[in-house]
Design a protein around this ligand. Structure first.
Ligand SMILES: [Zn+2]
Length: 244
């Protein structure tokens, strides 16, 4: 393994060459940019990969800082080439033809397939809605794949059991807990972030099965199930979805 720090597009990046299959890019909650790349890939290739993701990195860095500017963005139609996040990693969006609406990850791409009626003009409201819907379904599926393991682990720690976990897009919250039915709802957008964010939200909602409000007792209890809650909560502040 070899590691060095380089400046790429004005961003300080820690480049590590080691036994990995692909180039991996990560922005830590502390605002460090780490890139690992395989032995068979040249440093120049790794650097140009990072350059191509510089907008995404800047957006991720501004989220790690509470002082990050929240400049309003004019909505631009989503198209191929847009960068989306899945589990904290950037992927290039590719929209191609398919008989059905589907989404999958292939190497550095999230590939969305859409029937022809959407592809004729991707900028229409109907097509844009189809892209959002397909990506949301993909995120929900990603969430459901990891939930059994993560919820079991957290329920064991918290000694509380939710009656069910629902996954859907939520406008202004990461999760909610219905204390009378013990049902927990999780925002599917959590699949865009580091899995720690999802663990924290599960811990938070399970804590509500003991304490309804956000008082001292709540946070003291949450800290016993998930000690790092403050840091992870801060990392989610001001987070914006990939496709908005
Ligand atoms: Zn809460």
């Amino acid at each position: 393994m070899t590691t060095k720090t380089v400046q790429i597009a004005g961003i300080s990046v820690q480049l590590t060459r080691k036994a990995v299959k692909n180039i991996n890019l990560r922005v830590s909650r502390e605002g460090r940019v780490n890139v690992s790349y395989p032995w068979h890939t040249s440093e120049a290739t790794a650097i140009s990969f990072v350059e191509s993701k510089s907008d995404w990195i800047r957006a991720a860095l501004s989220r790690t800082s509470l002082l990050g500017e929240k400049e309003p963005q004019a909505p631009t139609p989503i198209a191929s080439g847009h960068t989306v996040s899945v589990w904290g990693h950037p992927y290039n969006l590719r929209i191609i033809h398919g008989s059905k609406r589907t989404a999958r990850i292939f190497e550095h791409d999230v590939i969305i397939t859409l029937p022809n009626r959407y592809l004729n003009d991707l900028s229409t409201e109907t097509s844009q809605r189809a892209i959002h819907k397909t990506f949301d379904e993909f995120l929900a599926q990603e969430m459901r794949a990891v939930l059994p393991e993560l919820t079991t682990a957290m329920e064991t720690k918290a000694q509380k059991h939710a009656s069910q976990y629902r996954v859907r897009r939520m406008k202004s919250r990461w999760g909610s807990c219905n204390t009378s039915t013990s049902a927990i709802t999780l925002n599917l957008e959590l699949a865009e972030h580091d899995k720690e964010a999802l663990k924290y939200v599960i811990a938070h909602e399970l804590t509500h099965l003991y304490v309804r409000g956000h008082n001292r007792k709540f946070y003291a209890l949450l800290a016993t199930f998930y000690p790092n809650w403050k840091e992870v909560r801060a990392s989610l502040k001001g987070a914006r979805p990939s496709l908005r």
